[in-house]
Design a protein around this ligand. Structure first.
Ligand code: ZN
Length: 131
């Protein structure tokens, strides 16, 4: 699920060890873990081990972070309604929480004295007061 979907034949930006530059490459082979093994340079047709591109933009395009399971993105509008998180505050499912470390999140489940809150970084279990 968290794996990047690299496939043989996919074009991507990589550092060419022959050209000594970032070039468009085609994936030739993948490693058993799904990461890129060998690539073929479109420019010099050289086949070599995959090297990450040197340019920042190309690197960013390569690393598309996947949303963690249970992650919740709170909109700006919703964040305004968020209650500041404190162990003494009573929260209900659907409430927006503002946590000083995790940021804005939304309560997805309230248990006896804990609640699960979805943050951008994934779900967290926070202590809360029981009604
Ligand atoms: Zn090349």
């Amino acid at each position: 699920m968290a794996k990047k979907d690299y496939v043989v034949g996919l074009e991507l930006e990589a550092y060419c060890t022959a050209c000594k530059e970032d070039r468009s490459h085609t994936i030739e082979t993948l490693k058993s873990d799904g990461n890129i093994n060998r690539v073929n340079c479109h420019f010099c047709k050289d086949s070599h081990l995959f090297r990450r591109p040197k340019s920042e933009a190309a690197l960013k395009a390569l690393k598309k972070p996947r949303r963690k399971k249970g992650a919740i993105i709170v909109s700006e509008e919703e964040a305004k309604k968020a209650k500041k998180y404190a162990m003494t505050t009573v929260f209900a499912v659907g409430d927006f929480v503002n946590h000083k470390i995790f940021g804005a999140g939304k309560v997805v489940e309230v248990r006896a004295n804990k609640m699960e809150v979805g943050f951008e970084d994934g779900p967290k279990l926070l202590a809360c007061r029981h009604k």
